[in-house]
Unconditional design. Structure first.
Length: 240
């Protein structure tokens, strides 16, 4: 079932060749608090036709659109200047950029993993598109814009040329956001705001089913410089 929030958001492709696009992606990952250091590798992947980012922006029909943009830019002054739609390709497929100006309030990425990677996780060897790195401005949480972005990207990947039958994602396990000691290590000392709803529960509310857990997938530096192992859950949803 399509999200009731999908109409609030439009998507515009990220331009990996644009210094302004790359800088904005980095700034938003810093604001997100996760994986800003991986932006150069994501840009390299996009150049090779791999992981592709899309900017999330408000639909022109959204009431109070300008007020909400101001709310975002006051919280993140570095993001006050608009970008321009200049992406000349999507996953090496040529497109005609519109050159319109827009102000992104977040982003999301899509990728296709190898058949071996998908089968290792118990997924079919073909037909799965992965959604990664969803971010919506923290100044705008609670407005349905994350759900709207997910609805739009799910609809996009279900169409040609990706033709997804399943969309999958990974996110941190619920215990990291609910158990007090772990939650304090991740979010204490004002590192980044703790979520009101766990990632796992939020994606469940969007129709995703958990199908696998993996412990200690990577290590992050938490409160006080502590090295904290991060466990992931894998979730999927049919879009066929």
């Amino acid at each position: 079932m399509a999200s009731k929030h999908g109409w609030k958001i439009e998507l515009i492709p990220f331009d990996h060749s644009s210094p302004e696009h790359v800088q904005r992606l980095y700034d938003q990952r810093v604001a997100c608090g996760w994986r800003a250091d991986e932006v150069p590798s994501w840009v390299d992947a996009a150049k090779k036709g791999g992981r592709m980012f899309y900017w999330a922006l408000f639909s022109d029909t959204l009431p109070d659109r300008e007020k909400l943009i101001k709310q975002h830019t006051e919280a993140y002054p570095k993001e006050s200047s608009p970008l321009r739609d200049t992406a000349a390709e999507i996953r090496l497929v040529p497109r005609q950029p519109t050159m319109i100006e827009f102000l992104p309030i977040g982003h999301v990425s899509v990728d296709v993993h190898t058949p071996e990677e998908d089968m290792r996780l118990g997924l079919p060897p073909t037909g799965t598109v992965w959604i990664h790195a969803l971010y919506i401005s923290r100044a705008l949480h609670g407005g349905g814009f994350g759900a709207g972005t997910m609805s739009k990207i799910e609809a996009l990947v279900a169409q040609s040329p990706m033709n997804a039958k399943i969309v999958a994602l990974d996110t941190i396990s619920k215990d990291l956001q609910t158990e007090p000691e772990k939650r304090d290590l991740l979010y204490g000392d004002g590192r980044i705001p703790a979520p009101v709803v766990t990632n796992e529960d939020w994606y469940t509310s969007l129709g995703y089913d958990l199908f696998r857990r993996e412990e200690n997938v990577f290590v992050t530096v938490a409160k006080g410089g502590v090295s904290m192992p991060i466990s992931l859950v894998y979730m999927k949803k049919s879009v066929a």
